[in-house]
Ligand binder design. Sequence first.
Ligand SMILES: Cc1cc2nc3c(=O)[nH]c(=O)nc-3n(C[C@H](O)[C@H](O)[C@H](O)COP(=O)(O)OP(=O)(O)OC[C@H]3O[C@@H](n4cnc5c(N)ncnc54)[C@H](O)[C@@H]3O)c2cc1C
Ligand code: FES
Length: 282
Amino acid sequence: MISSPSPLSPPLYLPVTCEIISVTDLTPHEKLFRLKRSDGRPLGHLPGQFVQLSLLGWGEAPISVASSPTRGELFDLGVRRAGSLTTALHLLESGDTVGIRGPFGRPFDLSFLAGQELLLISGGCGLAPLRSLIQYCQDRPERFGTITILYGAKSPDRLLFKDELSSWEASQRFACGVTVDSSSDTGCYDGTVGLVTSLIPPLTLDTGRTVAVIVGPPVMYRAVIAALKQKGVPAERIIVSLERQMQCGVGKCGHCSIEHLTCCQDGPVFLLSEIEQLRGAL
Ligand SMILES: Cc1cc2nc3c(=O)[nH]c(=O)nc-3n(C[C@H](O)[C@H](O)[C@H](O)COP(=O)(O)OP(=O)(O)OC[C@H]3O[C@@H](n4cnc5c(N)ncnc54)[C@H](O)[C@@H]3O)c2cc1C
Ligand code: FES
């Protein structure tokens, strides 16, 4: 039986209209959309959660919130042009509207992360949800220990949030490592070339205090987890955010099942120790 939502809980299936306040090109394939709920209320999310974004005639897609709730009532979505809906979205401009359901899913456990040394590892579009956590850490510096950000992209022109990466690199608050798989197609990149996993062995980690957070394409997880385990980081201190094809986004339809868990409701954020034995999880 589906219980009706209480007057205080957000409606699960009814999209809220949101206005696009600005659109910024991040790369030739990814754009950042800054949105505002048309009822003026904040989204009410926590870092790590996602929304179901809808466009009339194109359907819905789960997209992670890329900004921190500490930054006010506007919120950001970083979206890669992947298929029909995201291609239609990329054609929209400021002043246009989209539908938003959510926020949904289990966020990063901020009380678990408090006081820990954070190692935030992302690849490709995975920097979008991590940006929400990074901004949160910037705005609540007293809560967290040292923060190391490792980020890898396919090529220099695919690096997301380049200006913010530079400001994080320049900040005393963060240690940053940025790398690209290959730089053959552009002449002006003088940074590191190699997979993001190559940034892990040189790190000095206090494995009793470090919590690693991994968000990236599926191919990245196994290699990064292996490199972390080699450094002595246990599965109970490794957090992953997983992607699955979704429909309802609220644990009802089973599209995103990982054995007995649903990615949309039990995740997308999981402790590695919760899911590493589940078939097909990684
Ligand atoms: C929790 C969660 C958070 C996400 N956050 C972001 C984000 O912040 N930014 C972003 O750009 N994308 C994100 N995605 C992926 C995004 O939802 C898909 O790219 C989107 O649904 C594609 O929609 P479309 O209609 O444009 O493409 P479609 O026409 O539906 O599909 C295009 C191609 O992508 C494949 N595809 C669709 N969804 C997925 C998926 N979830 N995983 C792997 N392949 C898929 C299809 O099989 C097809 O090959 C997230 C997905 C999940 C589950
Ligand atoms: S998308 Fe329906 S159960 Fe997760």
